[in-house]
Write a protein that binds this ligand. Sequence first.
Ligand code: 7TS
Length: 428
Amino acid sequence: MSGVGATRASPGRGVTRKAGGAPPLDVERIRRDFPILSSTVRGKPLVYLDNAATSQKPRAVIDAISRFYAAENANIHRGVHYLSERATVAYDAVREQVARFLNAGSSREIIFTRGTTEAINLVAQSYGRSVLRPGDEVLITGMEHHSNIVPWQLLCEQTGAVLRAVPITDAGELDLDAFDRLLTGRTRLLAIVHLSNALGTINPVQQLVARARARGVPVLVDGAQSAPHLAVDVQALDCDFFAFSGHKLFGPTGIGVLYGRESLLERMPPWQGGGDMIASVTLEGSTWAPLPAKFEAGTPAIAQAIGLGQAISYLEAVGMDAIRIWESQLLAHATERVRDLPGVRLIGTARDKASVLSFVVDGVHPHDVGTILDDEGVAIRAGHHCAQPVMQRFGVPATARASFAFYNSFEEIEALVRGIERARQVFG
Ligand code: 7TS
């Protein structure tokens, strides 16, 4: 590993272990690793509850990126010189790290992309376009982010295939009977969100993958929201594709990951052509590089990959299990406090949820809730969350959404509650 990976943050500082028990988080100490969390906005301490949109970055990530540009910058896979070799080693080491993080069988199964959106488009355009015929079906659900809807709509227009969606219940869970009816001999691909960004629902992905694979249907899992909050094991899930974004996982923007089952990736054609993805080029034709390079045309996001590696190291030092426990406590407390406020309706009350609390307040537009909260230094998101079909299903134009990360505290939930109460006083 190059010097890039040698200086690790010490997230372990932020974690204390109790003998015998689960390791609780020392949130105060963790927060000190995230410079932005000690800032003020509009004269108030920042309360950052918009983690589903993007998460904040620990100093380790910020420093790794600036160190790369200050001391190690070079292009990869092409230079014979010292810096290029080091950058190549550092970049390739992150691929190994991601493979371990997801428990992939091999780093050949890890493709770097710009993010979840690009990863899904890659599967649609490479796998989907080469496999789908008129009348074939792609199955999604009614709780997908637009980035797991629109690429399939484009693909269906290109191929004559048909897009179907599993409906959701009033609680925001998948209708599993409908799922069984919609998964048919015509289904060629199932694309399903792991953790819904608009509702917080955790879908029973392992069970759904088993049902799909029993019928020979490959499955893509949109892990944009799950990877930062749940321990992910792609071999246990047995999915064929899994996508996530670096910037939601405490890493930089501009980098994401597509995990793909090697046997499928081997059969898929490239989706973009250019440097680095070829074995040889003549003016008459070209042959492709082996995995994973076949799917990574052009100079990749090198510094961002290195930042992502640091983010994963940080998360692993804190511990995904400890994170899950703390975030469950936060969500349970926030749910209780917000649900009990007069005039508030929660959107998304699934039995299995994580990190997301969506709600509407009687007589107050979600944008007004967001503006009043912003006045108090509380950052939430108000809108359709790029999940318009979810809004249509629940008959609301938008929701207010607080979304949590492991650095959030119970005090911050009180700030959220005070802000919602104020919004009711001002507008209600
Ligand atoms: N899938 C899900 C479930 C998401 O929540 C998002 C982004 C994406 C895909 C797309 O990720 P990207 O990194 O490629 O843009 N979700 C949100 C959100 O909830 N608020 O802003 C972005």
